[in-house]
Design a protein around this ligand. Structure first.
Ligand code: CP
Ligand code: NVA
Length: 308
């Protein structure tokens, strides 16, 4: 059994094999009704717990559907309703859940919660987003890029906006999949130095460019995310909107990218804040393919974790 905690802590060959498995499983289902079970049932007899300390649409539904397509069952739990919320330790919760279920997917605030769960669970633990990273999303995004444009290695990916948890996992992927990464945003919202160092240590070129138009020039892929994440205080909203307005992805900014550039956003999007509707619904956008590929990528992650 193996945990899937982050892209930078997972072997690059394993990451590549998960992308290939995801593509093959997606191809095998082409045109099938969403509720139809896959021909093979690698999760038959398995139970997966899906724990959420924060809201979710995509992660919750795609994991639930994916497990069922593979013949398994799920249990969706909110952190608040569990004894976790009343002071039972993460370690004890991990030990107890390991007696009932075969795998735990958890979306948390603090990364420490995820790591403690993984340390004390005797079943695989999957990171469904923390304040620091969102690896399942970027696995789906790499898959999506390659479906549309071929290998991502050597490509130029530009992130415009807040250097948040999703940006962090993009930096990890730059190192592990071998593409170049430019961050454009205000200095107070730079991605963590540790992640920049990781990507560079693996040979990725990482650039910080304050001018969004210069950053996006010739880009193969432009990515953004919400200006205010679930873990950010509501009081930060107004300041962030003012700081990040120049980094909005709009048609003028996309026009600077390569003619066949793609646009991605993990969703949920705040239309006409970080991205305009013209870009979201425009010819470069693959945002709903990304959302679909959460399903396929996570099915491959579950198979890898469970060794099935
Ligand atoms: N992109 C993503 O993780 O979406 P949810 O918050 O809806 O799960
Ligand atoms: N950065 C966002 C991603 C949501 C999927 C957040 O953490 O709220």
């Amino acid at each position: 059994m193996q945990h899937f905690l982050d892209i930078h802590t997972t072997d690059p060959a394993a990451l590549r094999s998960m992308i290939e498995t995801a593509r093959a499983m997606k191809a095998a289902r082409r045109g099938a009704p969403r509720g139809l079970r896959d021909a093979d049932q690698p999760l038959a007899g398995r139970m997966v717990a899906l724990i959420f300390e924060k809201p979710s649409t995509r992660t919750r539904v795609s994991f639930d559907v994916g497990v069922r397509q593979m013949g398994g069952e799920t249990m969706v739990l909110s952190g608040k309703e569990m004894q976790l919320g009343h002071g039972e330790t993460i370690a004890d919760t991990a030990r107890v859940l390991s007696r009932y279920v075969d795998c735990i997917m958890i979306r948390t605030y603090e990364e420490a919660t995820l790591l403690e769960m993984a340390e004390h669970a005797s079943v695989p633990v999957i990171n469904g987003l923390t304040n620091r990273t969102h690896p399942c999303q970027i696995m789906a995004d790499v898959m999506t890029y390659e479906e549309h444009r071929g290998p991502i290695a050597g490509r130029r990916v530009v992130w415009s906006g807040d250097g948040n948890n999703v940006c962090a996992s993009w930096l990890h992927a730059a190192g592990q999949f071998g593409f170049n990464f430019t961050f454009t945003g205000p200095p107070t919202l730079d991605p963590e130095e540790e992640w920049i160092k990781f990507a560079r240590s693996k040979g990725a070129q990482v650039r910080i460019e304050r001018d969004p138009h210069a950053a996006v020039a010739g880009a193969d892929l432009v990515v953004t995310d919400t200006w205010v994440s679930m873990h950010d205080p509501e009081s930060a909203k107004e300041r962030r909107h003012n700081q990040l307005r120049p980094y909005q992805v709009n048609e003028a900014l996309m026009a600077r990218a390569a003619p066949d550039a793609l646009f991605m956003h993990c969703l949920p999007a705040h239309r006409n804040d970080e991205v305009t509707s013209a870009v979201m619904d425009g010819p470069h956008s693959v945002v709903f393919d990304e959302a679909e590929n959460r399903l396929h990528a996570q099915k491959a992650i579950l198979r890898w974790c469970l060794g099935v």
